[in-house]
Design a protein around this ligand. Structure first.
Ligand code: CA2
Length: 149
């Protein structure tokens, strides 16, 4: 069974409560439920984790090895700062799709830099919660290309 880890970083637990003009009104549990509804018909299992702590996210990436087949990652603000997260992604060797609710390329210059994009197989941004579903689609295409049946 294909297993995917949905990993969300700092402040994303606040989704739907503040800054709706930037991040919308959908909560993180709602996004997780949307992902479940999208991928369970494919027979996939999803696991979800949100943390505000860089080390917890790094541990989750390490622990994904041998457990999950791919990862969807919105690293929040760590996207723009964390060489440690980038290194963790490289070290586990699992396909990671980077997601952002907002269009980071249309925002402040500091948000336009992503260390994650250097090691992710794709970056999806500016699509709101639908971006997470597009990330699942991206992983599905990736797995099919890896293991054509
Ligand atoms: O657009 C995205 O998904 C971001 O990864 C969100 C991060 C931001 O630092 C990135 O540049 C882009 C921030 C998430 C903050 O989420 C909040 C949600 C509600 C209220 C306040 C913050």
């Amino acid at each position: 069974m294909t297993s995917v880890l949905l990993l969300n970083g700092p402040n994303l637990n606040l989704l739907g409560t503040r800054q709706p003009e930037v991040y919308g009104t959908t909560t993180l549990p709602q996004i997780e439920a949307m992902c479940e509804a999208h991928a369970t018909p494919w027979g996939w299992r999803l696991a979800s984790l949100q943390s505000n702590h860089e080390g917890v996210l790094i541990d989750a990436l390490h622990d994904a090895q041998g457990v999950h087949d791919g990862i969807i990652l919105n690293a929040g603000g760590y996207t723009h700062t964390s060489i440690a997260l980038m290194d963790a992604i490289s070290s586990v060797g699992l396909p990671v799709v980077e997601v952002h609710l907002s269009d980071i390329h249309a925002r402040e210059p500091f948000r336009q830099i992503s260390y994650i994009s250097r090691v992710a197989i794709a970056q999806i941004c500016g699509q709101g919660p639908q971006g997470y579903l597009q990330a699942l689609d991206t992983l599905r295409v990736h797995f099919k290309a890896e293991h054509p049946s």
